[in-house]
Write a protein that binds this ligand. Structure first.
Ligand code: COA
Length: 328
């Protein structure tokens, strides 16, 4: 399609809680070991909120930093999109709570539920609103309090997840910006990664509590195989759509779920290790917040310079997957 406007990132911000949960801490909670977690996932520690802290609190902290770096006042923001699977509550949307917390009273607000691909789905959505001329700018936030839905009696899942938030201000740019994107989904595979309790399917009841249905359920090895295949496919397609080859990628920023998934994707795409950004060891899997936190840290560490081709790629429950190519 012909694009009316170039859209790019005007500001970035992130927030992670201070409290750290290490692999050694988990050894005291379930039958696991630092050695198993490190070799199977690459995760050493993850962050967690004080119990009762909602996603909107983390999101607002990240959003304020992104606004500051974009040099925008909250009232200037026209759209807020929050990507999360751990909303403050089923309704109103977490984006409305964030709007109130940061004072962005002129913004339209909605949430996106695309799990770990949520931030990329959010960026693509915001791009179209700006590209079409409907809004001048948008605040896209990925946030999770996954510790609120993690079953700390289930060693298959509890070692993987953490809490955090990242935010990006999108706006028109004169050069570079978003070059291309690709989004995909397959609802036939929903039963491989899901949270069954508390929705209209299984409303909260004594039975849903007793059967621990309010926690993440996952078929790890099936998710693993699909993640490798579909993240490779998404990144390759978006790069092709930008009329580039994988050799043109300056930095790949993949969803940080598991170092083995990331390494397999890297090898299939044919990139050397130094062209892939990693922070999975520090935060584990932060779902919708994962790629945006990684982007924020890559920028802060000066891993990205002007003119670089940066590719974000993610995969998550749904299944959903997506990729976006940016020229910095
Ligand atoms: N500590 C010790 N042993 C554990 C363990 C833990 N925390 N978790 C699982 N195990 C055990 C299993 O019970 C199994 O034991 P068994 O063979 O006696 O049944 C064994 O380790 C191997 O399990 P398996 O599922 O084959 O391991 P794996 O190599 O697939 O790694 C995951 C497990 C979860 C790390 C991996 O499948 C994964 O990362 N999947 C994708 C997860 C993900 O990305 N989810 C979010 C999507 S965005």
């Amino acid at each position: 399609m012909t694009r009316k406007k170039l859209v790019g990132i005007a500001g970035l911000g992130m927030y992670v809680p201070k409290k750290v949960l290490t692999n050694r801490d988990l050894e005291k909670m379930v039958d696991t070991s630092d050695e198993w977690i490190t070799t199977r996932t690459g995760i050493k520690e993850r962050r967690l909120v004080q119990p009762g802290t909602p996603s909107s609190t983390l999101a607002a902290k990240a959003a304020n930093k992104a606004l500051e770096s974009a040099n925008l006042k909250p009232e200037e923001i026209e759209l807020i999109i929050v990507a999360t699977i751990t909303p403050d509550m089923p309704f109103p949307s977490t984006s409305c709570f964030v709007q109130s917390k940061i004072g962005a009273k002129n913004a339209a607000c909605f949430d996106i539920g695309a799990a770990c691909s949520g931030f990329i789905y959010g960026l693509v959505t915001a791009r179209h609103f700006i590209d079409s001329g409907m809004y001048k700018n948008a605040l896209v936030i990925g946030v999770e309090v996954l510790t609120s839905v993690t079953d700390y009696t289930d060693r298959n899942t509890c070692v993987l997840f953490g809490d955090g938030a990242g935010a990006a201000v999108l706006g028109p740019v004169t050069s570079g910006g978003i070059l291309s994107h690709y989004l995909g989904a397959d609802g036939d595979l929903a039963n491989l990664l899901y949270l069954p309790g508390g929705g209209s399917c299984n409303p909260a009841s004594k039975d849903t509590l007793k059967n621990r249905l309010h926690y993440i359920k996952m078929s790890g090895s099936e998710v693993f195989k699909s993640a490798v295949r579909l993240m490779t496919d998404a990144a390759t397609r978006a790069v092709c759509d930008a009329n580039l080859g994988c050799k043109d990628i300056s930095l790949l920023i993949p969803h940080q779920a598991n170092i083995r998934i990331i390494n397999s994707v890297r090898q299939r795409i044919g990139l050397p290790e130094d062209k892939v950004y990693l922070n999975v060891a520090k935060y584990g899997n932060v779902s919708a917040a994962s790629t945006i936190i990684a982007l924020c840290e890559a920028v802060k560490e000066k891993r990205i310079k002007k003119g670089d081709i940066v590719v974000l790629v993610a995969f998550g429950a749904g299944f959903t997957w997506g990729s976006i190519v940016l020229k910095w």
